[in-house]
Design a protein around this ligand. Structure first.
Ligand SMILES: NC(=O)c1ccc[n+]([C@@H]2O[C@H](COP(=O)([O-])OP(=O)(O)OC[C@H]3O[C@@H](n4cnc5c(N)ncnc54)[C@H](OP(=O)(O)O)[C@@H]3O)[C@@H](O)[C@H]2O)c1
Length: 484
């Protein structure tokens, strides 16, 4: 199945932090793939910017290595890599200094789309925005792209938003949550709003509950110091899980345009009830064999930061009153998996004999490791022997549907960068969304601090703390297994 590719307009993309991990692992390989797909025009320019001493050729060597490492081997075409690298150059600059900015102003073209990717720590966001404005580098249609974390709490997010607003209009600010760039996440909107099948059932009358799981097998080693100041709530729930929750729960927007979609998402966040203490379970992984515990990884023996979080959340509106949303995320769990499971209610009356182990309809949206969807339905067990029922999965995995082309599913980053160039903000977070999310999260975190709340230990490689199972069991529900 060939994918239609519409080339974007010529652009200059300056990647501040162009030598960093994110640039090399995601941004450059993603742009290369778009170049191969002929979506990126040949006269586009990518300017890596950082403080390090490098020349253009040195930067291209870095980029070549990144492409060879992170792009699928079938796309390693020498000629294409050479042509792509011609679009790259390097510019030495310190976000906090004043040297070099006038030169950058001369280099960045005024007659093409201008995009500035802030692939640096958030403490530099304000400085970069200010200098892009001060040295008249960014024109009125320029776009800036910001990486998470977007603030540490409501106060810091407000300060950051206000700082950016001094120099850029909201329509120019692209706050990335790469979960929103995933094919399946957008498919969620297509499934909900382009089919008549699901939307009539998409409410508390027919949906028993919804589970959102983002589990990781890795610990926090290597970034323990950063993570320990953050924890699962700030690192995952406030952004990624919240965004998934919004897309699942929002009302159909009037149009598929950025503000219509984001208005509806914002309403969901604003409708979130405060979460009672008993509806949250926090955990910290223990040591296992030679593998360190969370507090060892974080190098903080007294740490009370959670590496695991499970919670039951209510959305106080007509559609969802009575349908809980269970969110769970954690490090060092049994498998790496991100999924949303929509668990429907039983039919109101059964004409069949009750049967052990039968489950309700479920729509499972897989985000990681493989993207796709499953729909669990009940059918008659084939063969003679009476009317016995069984559950089967209608598998809508992209790997099946697309065959070999499944490998070509666009990575979230490359899709989002192309959206930046096209000027489409639908899949980016608006400032008020980010603030609303912090407004809901902050009192929960403050409650933990006030109560001196300590996370529960859990075994590395498990599904998380026992108490998290109870969060479901006490209401006659159960989590889906964390397996790949
Ligand atoms: N890596 C990921 O997978 C990932 C995922 C999600 C979000 N993020 C976010 O993305 C941002 C970048 O992450 P990263 O992992 O790429 O970080 P990184 O590997 O530490 O790279 C930081 C980059 O910023 C440059 N830099 C640092 N200080 C600078 C300054 N004063 N002026 C100009 N350039 C400066 C560095 O080069 P020089 O030192 O040579 O200047 C380097 O190119 C962070 O905000 C991070 O939280 C990263």
């Amino acid at each position: 199945m060939a994918t239609r590719v519409i080339p974007v307009d010529p652009f200059d993309l300056v990647i501040f932090g162009g030598t960093g991990d994110l640039a090399m692992r995601k941004i450059i390989p993603g742009l290369y793939r778009r170049f191969v797909a002929e979506q990126m025009p040949k006269d586009a320019r990518i300017i890596g910017a950082a403080r390090g001493e490098l020349d253009d050729d040195g930067y291209r060597d870095f980029a070549r290595e990144a492409i060879e490492k992170y792009v699928h081997a079938k796309n390693h075409d020498k000629d294409k890599i050479r042509d792509f690298l011609k679009c790259l150059s390097y510019f030495r600059i310190d976000a906090l200094g004043e040297d070099g900015w006038k030169d950058l102003a001369r280099i960045v073209r005024k007659d093409v789309v201008q995009a500035f990717y802030f692939s640096v720590g958030p403490r530099l966001f304000g400085a970069l925005a200010k200098r892009l404005h001060k040295y008249k580098i960014a024109g009125p249609n320029a776009r800036i792209v910001l990486e998470k974390p977007f603030g540490h709490d409501l106060e810091s997010a407000k300060v950051l938003n206000a700082e950016l607003a001094e120099y850029f209009d909201e329509t120019q600010i692209y706050r990335i949550d790469h979960y929103l760039g995933k094919e399946t996440v957008q498919n969620l909107m297509a499934v909900r709003f382009a089919n008549i099948l699901f939307e009539p059932l998409w409410n508390s009358q027919y949906i028993d509950h919804i589970q959102i799981t983002v589990s990781e097998t890795v610990g926090v080693g290597g970034r323990g110091g950063y993570y320990d100041k953050s924890g699962a709530m700030r690192d995952m729930v406030q952004n990624h899980l919240m965004q998934l929750l919004c897309l699942i729960a929002m009302e159909p927007p009037a149009h598929f345009d950025p503000d219509s979609v984001r208005d509806e998402k914002l309403k969901v966040i604003r409708a979130l009830d405060p979460v009672p203490v008993d509806d949250i379970v926090r955990g910290q992984y223990r040591a296992e064999g030679d593998d360190p515990s969370y507090v060892e990884d974080a190098e903080n023996p007294d740490s009370r930061t959670e590496s695991y979080l499970a919670m039951k959340v209510h959305i106080a509106n007509w559609r969802w009153n009575g349908t809980p949303f269970y969110l769970r995320t954690g490090k060092r769990l049994r498998a790496r998996k991100s999924e949303i499971a929509v668990v429907f209610k039983e039919p109101p009356h059964s004409i069949f004999e009750p049967q052990e182990g039968r489950r309700c309809n479920e729509l499972i949206i897989h985000l990681q490791p493989n993207e796709g969807m499953d729909l669990r339905v009940t059918i008659k067990e084939p063969g003679p022997g009476g009317m016995r029922l069984m559950d089967v999965l209608l598998d809508m995995s992209f790997a099946e549907a697309l065959g070999e082309d499944a490998e070509d599913i666009t990575d979230a980053y490359e899709r989002l960068i192309m959206d930046v160039i096209r000027g489409n903000q639908t899949l980016f977070m608006r400032g008020d969304e980010v603030e609303a999310a912090w407004r809901w999260v902050d009192p929960i975190i403050q409650g933990w601090i006030d109560r001196g709340d300590k996370p529960k230990p859990y075994d590395a490689g498990s599904s998380g703390p026992e108490d998290a199972l109870m969060l479901m069991h006490r209401e006659g529900r159960r989590w889906r297994e964390i397996t790949e």
